[in-house]
Design a protein around this ligand. Structure first.
Ligand code: UT7
Length: 325
C-alpha cells in the first residue's frame, strides 16, 4: 500500500548582512556579553537593513531553496509563509514572494503561529500536498523581529534577530513504510491561556499601531521544556521513532538552555542537536529552516536521515515534525 508523502526537494536561507554583536548591545543598554551568553547562548544576531523587508528576506531564502531543489519557480503551486512580522497588515507577505518569483497560479498565504510558525506551516503544506490539492509547496519562515523590539528593554531586545529560511516540498507516492522519505508526522498544539506571557502590545484592531514585543521570559522558560518534550513524544509515539533512531534534532533556536534541557530530558545525544542560536539569535518562525539550511550545507543532514523539528512560542503554540530527508 503506497502513501502520499511531502518529500523535501531542497532548502535555503537568507540572513541580512548586518551583524549585531553582544558587545555592541552592551555599549547601548545595561547588559553584557557574559550575561547574554550564559543565559541564552546567543553571541550575535543579524539585523535587516533600512528598507529591507520580511518579503525581501523570504524571496532570497525561497530562491536559494528552489536552486537547491533544482526546480523552476513555475513548478510551485502553493506558498505558505510563516511570519509575525509581515510587510503590511495585508495583503499577505506570501503574495509578494509569489509575485516576485513570477508565479501567478496556485495559492499563497501567510500563517501566524509566532515562533512555532515554521512547524505549523510545514504541517499545513503537508496536509494540502497529501490531500492532492497541490503538487509542490514552498514553506517559508521569515521575520524582521528587529522592527517590533523595544530596544530599551534588555529582557527582550538581546534575544531576537532577523532572517529567513525555506524548504521545497513535493507530493510523492512512497511505499507507506517508516523508511519513507518526506514528512512522516506533525503534531500541533495551542493554549491561549498563556497569551499574555508573550505578545505584541499593538495591532490593527486594538491600537492601530504595530506595537512592541513583551515577554515574561521566566514564565515562558518554565513551560517550554515540558511542552516541547510532550509534543516530541507524540511524534515518537505516532511513528515508532526514538531518541536513538533520529539522526538530527533541529529545534527552534530560542535559548540554548531550553534546547539542552529538552534534548537531555528526551535522551537525545548532544552531537545530534543542531545549534545556531549563537549566530542567529531567536529568529522566530525562521529559526528552524535557518538551522536546517546550515546543517544541510555543511553535510550533516544527508538523504535518508531522520530529522526531528520542534518549536514553541507565543500563544502559546507548540509543535513537532518528523521528516525523513
Ligand atoms: O521563542 C519564543 C519563546 N521564548 C523563549 O523561549 C524565551 C524563554 N525565556 C528565556 O529564554 C529566559 O527567561 C531569558 C533569557 C529571557 C531570561 O533568562 P532568565 O534566566 O529567566 O533571567 P530572568 O528573566 O529571571 O532575569 C534574571 C536577572 C534579572 O535581574 P534580577 O531581578 O535578578 O536583579 C533581570 O533583570 O537578569 C536581569 N536581566 C538582564 N541582565 C543583563 C534580564 N535581561 C538582562 C540582560 N542583561 N539582557
Amino acid at each position: 500500500m503506497t502513501a502520499k508523502r511531502s518529500v523535501v526537494l531542497g532548502c535555503g536561507s537568507y540572513l541580512p548582512q548586518k551583524v549585531l554583536t553582544n558587545a555592541e548591545l552592551a555599549a547601548r543598554i545595561d547588559t553584557s556579553d557574559e550575561w547574554i551568553v550564559q543565559r541564552t547562548g546567543i553571541r550575535q544576531r543579524h539585523i535587516a537593513a533600512e528598507g529591507e523587508f520580511t518579503s525581501h528576506l523570504a524571496i532570497n531564502a525561497a530562491r536559494a531553496a528552489l536552486e537547491h531543489a533544482g526546480l523552476d519557480a513555475q513548478a510551485i503551486d502553493l506558498i505558505v509563509l510563516a511570519t509575525s512580522t509581515p510587510d503590511h497588515t495585508f495583503p499577505a507577505t506570501a503574495v509578494a514572494v509569489q509575485n516576485e518569483l513570477g508565479i501567478h497560479h496556485g495559492a499563497a498565504f501567510d500563517l501566524q503561529a509566532v515562533c512555532s510558525g515554521f512547524v505549523f506551516a510545514l504541517a499545513t503544506a503537508d496536509n494540502f500536498l497529501r490531500s492532492g490539492a497541490y503538487k509542490r509547496a514552498l514553506v517559508i519562515g521569515a521575520e524582521t523581529f528587529s522592527r517590533i523590539l523595544d530596544w530599551n528593554d534588555r529582557g527582550t531586545c538581546v534575544l531576537f534577530g532577523d532572517g529567513a529560511g525555506a524548504v521545497v516540498l513535493e507530493a510523492q507516492d512512497q511505499p507507506g513504510l517508516p523508511s519513507d522519505r518526506g514528512v512522516l508526522t506533525t503534531h500541533l498544539r495551542s493554549d491561549g491561556r498563556h497569551k499574555a506571557k508573550l505578545y505584541v502590545d499593538g495591532g490593527p484592531s486594538t491600537t492601530q499601531t504595530v506595537g512592541h514585543l513583551r515577554m515574561e521570559g521566566r514564565e515562558v522558560f518554565k513551560h517550554a521544556v515540558g511542552m516541547i518534550t510532550d509534543v516530541i513524544v507524540d511524534a515518537f509515539d505516532a511513528t515508532g521513532a526514538t531518541a536513538d533512531s533520529i539522526d538530527w534534532f533541529i529545534p527552534h533556536q530560542a535559548n540554548k538552555r531550553i534546547i539542552d534541557a529538552s534534548a537531555h530530558k528526551l535522551h537525545i545525544a548532544p552531537q545530534k542537536v543542531v545549534l545556531t542560536v549563537d549566530l542567529h539569535g531567536n529568529t522566530s518562525a525562521a529559526s528552524i529552516p535557518l538551522a536546517l539550511a546550515v546543517a544541510v550545507k555543511d553535510g550533516r543532514v544527508k538523504k535518508g536521515d531522520l530529522v526531528l523539528f520542534e518549536a514553541m512560542g507565543g500563544g502559546f503554540t507548540w509543535g513537532s515534525a518528523l521528516v525523513r530527508w
